[in-house]
Structure formats: C-alpha cells, structure tokens
Write a protein that binds this ligand. Structure first.
Ligand code: G1P
Length: 271
C-alpha cells in the first residue's frame, strides 16, 4: 500500500537564478500552474493520501502558498460573486489537508531529506519524488505503484539517456529486462562513462522501503559531501533487497535548469 509521498523541497535552485532569488523553484508556474502542483496531481491520481514536504525552516514560501487562509477569506468576502476565487481556495484547501512539513535546514542531500521524515512514515513502502523531474502524458507514479503491487519490491523510474550525459545521473545496472521493467542489480550516482553499468538513468521517482532509514542513519557522505539516497539503495541491493526499474511511458521534462524550464513551458502549453 503506497499512500505517502515525500518531496524534498530544500534545494536552493541556483540553476534557475535570478528567478529563484525571489520565487522558490517548485512554485514557478508552468503554463499557469506551479511545478509542484503537477507533481502533487500526479500523486493524487495515483492514490496518494499524504504528502511530506521537506523544507528549510527559514524559507516559509511553500507553507505560505498552501496555508494562507486568512488572505483568501478576506478577498472572498470582498468579492462575494467571484466563483473562480472560491474554486481556487477549495483546491488549495484540498492540498492543505494532505500536507505535513518536516525541516531540513542545510541542503545535505536526498538521503538526509528522507531521514528527516522518519517520524511520519507509516507503511512498509513510500513514494519519493524530485520536483524538478516532470513526467507528462502518462502517470509515472501510477505505473510504479502497479509494478510494486506485482513484485512487492522497491521501484525506481528510469529512462535511457544519451551516453554523453551519463555523469549527470544516477545509473542503474539492468537484469532480466522486459519491455517496460527490469531487475536492478547495481546503481551508481553520477558515474564516469567507463564505470556506468548501462545507460538507464534514475529519473526522480522512487518507491522505497522504510528499512532504508536504518541504512541512511549510518551512511557516510558521498559525492559533493551529500548523503545520497542512491548510496543507501546500493547498500540495500547488496543485501538482497529487490529493486525494479520502471521504464516509464510518459514524456520526461527537466524543469530544474533555465533552459529546461523554458522548454517545459513550451511543451506543456502545446498539450
Ligand atoms: C538526482 C539524483 C540522480 C537522478 C537525478 C534525476 O540528481 O541524485 O540519481 O538521476 O536526480 O533528475 P540531481 O539532479 O539532484 O543532481
């Protein structure tokens, strides 16, 4: 049963400066809707009931976006006839009921972000999404949850990438490949070309087992001095934990760089 999704939101968004000097990157709109809402809507459609947002305590933007009731109430009172306003507020309230916050005050990596969620994680497995990675047209979280139901294992979203870009991604080792899935027998974060076990890259969606917390607790810092979720996954695979790659059917959009953000806007506005 996958009912909880955790979303790390503590990154600085330096690749999107100067926009991110004022607006948090996950709130930048894509064709009129914040990036983060695309991710949340994908989750809700896949049956997720609760979101755990990992944010820095000193950056209240996301909290303010979802928890600004007094502001809405004031303008709804003033503009009583405006049906659209009520509709917007209703949607925000729907999201609001599903959100919990935990705090990560230093950008110490995705593994550290997962550790911060410990007190809220209820089930054996949970979903984690990286908000920069949009997948449109087909619901990737739904596909992953179905694969998890079938295999009972952990699942990582993946797609083939250009060999020239291998050192930008976490790369998976492939065993028993089927049309849309395979067993993962290895994972390396940002490998050199000659170290990469394949050209299947991790794209920001993971169904992880709760037991990853005990691995993360004792894990040393990896590349760039961060605690990477990829390194904890590697340890679990070595211990015999089952992980599967879900070769997703949708279209991938990287909205974490300025060039990618502009492209994503153009792509989404044409749908
Ligand atoms: C992160 C992960 C990496 C994955 C990538 C997908 O890297 O660490 O394994 O392939 O997201 O976008 P980042 O983009 O934070 O460098």
């Amino acid at each position: 049963m996958i009912k909880q999704a955790i979303i790390p939101l503590a990154g600085l968004g330096t690749r999107l400066l100067p926009l991110t000097s004022i607006v948090q990157k996950e709130l930048l709109p894509l064709n009129g809707k914040p990036n983060l809402e695309y991710i949340m809507d994908e989750c809700i459609e896949a049956g997720i009931k609760e979101f755990i947002f990992i944010v820095p305590k000193n950056r209240p933007t996301i909290k303010k976006y979802f928890f600004n009731d007094s502001f809405y109430k004031k303008i709804i009172k003033k503009k009583k006839q405006n049906k659209n306003l009520k509709k917007i507020f209703k949607k925000i309230k729907m999201y609001q009921k599903m959100i919990k916050f935990v705090y990560q005050n230093k950008p110490n990596g995705t593994g550290d972000a997962v550790l911060k969620c410990k007190k809220y994680l209820k089930n054996e497995h949970f979903l984690m999404l990286l908000a920069d990675d949009l997948i449109i047209k087909k619901n990737c979280s739904k596909e992953m949850i179905n694969l998890h139901k079938k295999t009972k294992g952990s699942v990582i979203a993946t797609k083939k990438v250009d060999k020239k870009t291998l050192s930008r991604w976490g790369i998976l080792g492939v065993k028993n490949k089927k049309k849309y899935s395979f067993s993962i027998n290895e994972v390396i974060e940002k490998p050199k070309l000659n170290e990469a076990p394949s050209n299947y890259a991790i794209i920001g969606r993971y169904i992880l087992p709760k037991k990853i917390l005990s691995v993360l607790k004792n894990q040393k810092r990896g590349k760039g001095g961060e605690i990477h979720i990829t390194d904890a996954i590697k340890t679990l695979i070595k211990r015999g934990e089952k992980f599967y790659g879900n070769i997703f059917k949708g279209e991938y959009l990287d909205s974490g760089t300025l060039e990618g953000y502009v492209k994503s806007n153009l792509r989404i506005s044409k749908l």
